[in-house]
Each structure stands twice: as structure tokens, then as C-alpha cells.
Design a protein around this ligand. Structure first.
Ligand code: T46
Length: 137
């Protein structure tokens, strides 16, 4: 499975570091929504869904967490721990997030507004839909 990690330019000097995010530049879509997860309790695993039509860029701006990604055929585990690195997650990718560090702040940029009807929250349904998608391609 191809994982798209975007290296974000870090502007650093003796004062510290700065990363700028600009849509259609280092963010490969128009940003319509930004949200962030923080204060995730120890041992919690969240996500457990895929999106029908949503592209997101995920950045661990502080701390770290692990991602389990599943495209319906392959699975991969990934550590996000670098504020200058963005994980691009496109449509039809099952995701679970776990092993959040106590200080983890996970920022997500999305190309659409929040829409509960875009979520596939059953893994069985996700597998069925991804099989149909690959047979029509
Ligand atoms: C994703 C992963 C990385 C809103 O009202 N607006 C929003 O934009 C979002 C994202 C969530 N919510 C509400 C819906 C739920 O009542 O916030 C609550 C928690 O959302 P959810 O259970 O979907 O959170 P996660 O951590 O399972 O998943 C989130 C995103 O929903 C999802 O798109 O890719 O983070």
C-alpha cells in the first residue's frame, strides 16, 4: 500500500520552528475544515471508520500516535511523531488511531465540511464497498 507522507518545510532559527500550511501548495487540496484531537486518554483507540469521499492531511503537531490504515486489501501501521510531516489520507481508507502520547495534539485538515453521512462506520460495509469499487475500476 502506498502511504503518502508530505514533508513540510520547517522554518527554524534560534527562536524555534514554524511550519506554514497553504492550500494547493504544500496541502494538495482546498482546506474547508480544520479540527484537532487532544487530551486522548491512555489506552484509547479511536477512528474505526472510513470516508466515502474525503481527503485529509493529518499532522501530529505535538506528541505522537499510531495509525492503523486499511485500504480493504492491505493494512499498515504507522507512527506519526513529526510536526513537519503530514499523512495524506484519501477516501475509502479505514483508519484507527492508538498509542496516543499524553501530550498528543493531532491536527487534521480536510477538504470538506463535517458530514456524518460520509462516514462508513462498519468494517464489513467498508470491505464490501471497497470490493465493489475495485471490481468497477
Ligand atoms: C478522522 C479521524 C482522524 C464534529 O462535530 N465535527 C467534526 O469535524 C468532526 C471530525 C467530529 N465532530 C464530532 C462527531 C462526534 O460526535 O465530534 C465527535 C467525535 O468525532 P469522531 O468520533 O468521528 O472522532 P474520531 O477520532 O473517531 O475521528 C476523527 C474524524 O471524525 C475522522 O474524520 O479521519 O478523526
Amino acid at each position: 500500500m502506498e502511504i503518502k507522507l508530505i514533508q513540510l518545510q520547517k522554518h527554524g532559527d534560534e527562536r524555534g520552528s514554524l511550519v506554514a500550511l497553504e492550500d494547493q501548495k504544500n496541502v494538495p487540496f482546498t482546506i474547508r475544515r480544520v479540527y484537532y484531537l487532544f487530551g486522548t486518554k491512555e489506552g484509547v483507540r479511536r477512528g474505526f471508520h472510513a470516508h466515502k469521499n474525503l481527503t485529509q492531511l493529518v499532522i501530529a503537531v505535538r506528541g505522537s500516535c499510531r495509525f492503523h490504515l486499511d485500504n480493504g486489501q492491505e493494512q499498515i501501521e504507522l507512527l506519526l511523531d513529526n510536526p513537519a510531516q503530514g499523512l495524506l489520507i484519501e477516501s475509502m481508507m479505514w483508519r484507527e488511531m492508538y498509542d496516543f502520547s499524553e501530550d498528543c495534539v493531532l491536527m487534521v485538515l480536510a477538504d470538506s465540511h463535517y458530514d456524518e453521512s460520509d462516514y462508513i462506520r462498519s468494517h464489513e460495509e467498508f470491505i464490501g464497498r471497497s470490493k465493489n469499487d475495485s471490481s468497477t475500476q
